[in-house]
Design a protein around this ligand. Structure first.
Ligand code: DAH
Length: 339
């Protein structure tokens, strides 16, 4: 009859623990686990039923079930008593209070600029084409008329993934994808992210964004290219914007040029950003090289075209007067919230 005596002991222990618990020593849940839990004191007593003879078993069973009922009712009663007080604090709901403000965030300035460029070129009849960031030598270099020993292919400028795979260094790779996908006439812009293994400083970063443009048609002229890009600069920066074209070199265009926009030379910062000239280069451009057309089986005797590549971060720096390209990549909310 040891078990019956132990049941009494556990009941007495329960009464004592309930008292101290109510005085703040334990929570109702802790008490419940200690006495009614799967590994609790009652379970241990129930487990001992197996030791009993058939005669002893019904009585012990009754007493155990009584104890169980008693424990759970007592704990529940305590909770019910305490409950309303706890609820009282949280259930005060003032429906007349204004709601919590929802933070909507803003589009990144580079995204905003890309959208603006898409609108401007849309008005000129350009559609949008996307291509891959992980690229092969063929699309990034060979088809764009880079000779095999061209220094830009060097590991120092290009992030290689393996022998043939690399992160594209310019969106010009899309010119090739586009002309493989559609025959001329072609009139598209190609936005995207590019990667260069360059020293990081206020003017350059290891990744940035470009919007590439390509127009291929019959009898396309350099004058059309200039007119289009001047229109672009005035749409972006206002009707009085000064631009200039400087001769340049790109393997995939001939002739090639760069367009600068006048930034100004008023502060020391202006000197640093423009290297003391007042002008900031925002894009490269030129007439599509015949070899590029040949690489995609377009006859350069019949078709001509122009292409350009706009650096978005550069353009944004000029548009918003930002002195350091690194701000665009740091995710600093103090910077981003201003747009
Ligand atoms: N790929 C050049 C750059 O990253 C930009 C560029 C220049 C793109 C001339 C072109 C182009 O399409 O015709 O600086």
């Amino acid at each position: 009859m040891n078990l019956l005596a132990d049941i009494d002991k556990v009941r007495a222990e329960f009464d004592h623990r309930l008292k101290t618990a109510r005085a703040g020593k334990e929570t109702a849940e802790q008490l419940r686990i200690a006495f009614l839990g799967r590994k609790g004191k009652l379970a241990a007593l129930f487990a001992r039923m197996g030791e009993l003879s058939e005669v002893e078993r019904p009585e012990s069973g009754h007493r155990l079930n009584d104890a169980k009922e008693y424990f759970s009712t007592a704990i529940q009663a305590w909770e019910d008593e305490a409950g309303p007080e706890v609820e009282a604090e949280t259930s005060v709901l003032d429906l007349s209070l204004p709601g919590d403000p929802v933070s909507l965030g803003t589009l990144h300035p580079v995204t905003q600029l890309e959208q603006q460029l898409r609108e401007i070129f849309n008005r000129l009849g350009f559609s949008v084409f996307y291509g891959p960031e992980v690229e092969t030598e063929f699309y990034n270099f060979e088809a764009l008329n880079f000779q095999p020993d061209h220094p830009a292919r060097d590991m120092q400028d290009t992030f290689y993934i393996d022998e043939d795979l690399l992160l594209r260094t310019r969106t010009s790779n899309n010119q090739i994808h586009a002309m493989q996908a559609m025959r001329p006439p072609v009139r598209i812009i190609m936005p995207g992210r590019v990667y260069r293994n360059e020293a990081i400083n206020p003017r350059s970063y290891c990744t940035f964004h470009q919007v590439e443009g390509l127009l291929v048609d019959r009898n396309v002229s350099m004058a059309e290219l200039k007119g289009t890009l001047q229109y672009l600069a005035r749409e972006l920066y206002g009707p009085d914007t000064k631009t200039r074209f400087r001769p340049s070199f790109f393997p995939f265009t001939e002739p090639s040029a760069e367009m600068d926009v006048y930034w100004g030379l008023e502060t020391e910062r202006d000197y640093r950003i423009t290297k003391g000239t007042g002008w900031l280069e925002i894009l490269g451009c030129g007439m599509v090289h015949p070899n590029v057309l040949r690489a995609v089986d377009v006859d350069p005797e019949e078709w001509t075209g122009y292409a350009f590549g706009i650096g978005l971060e550069r353009t944004a720096m000029l548009k918003w007067g930002i002195g350091d390209i690194r701000y665009f990549f740091e995710g600093d909310l103090r910077f981003l919230r201003q747009f």
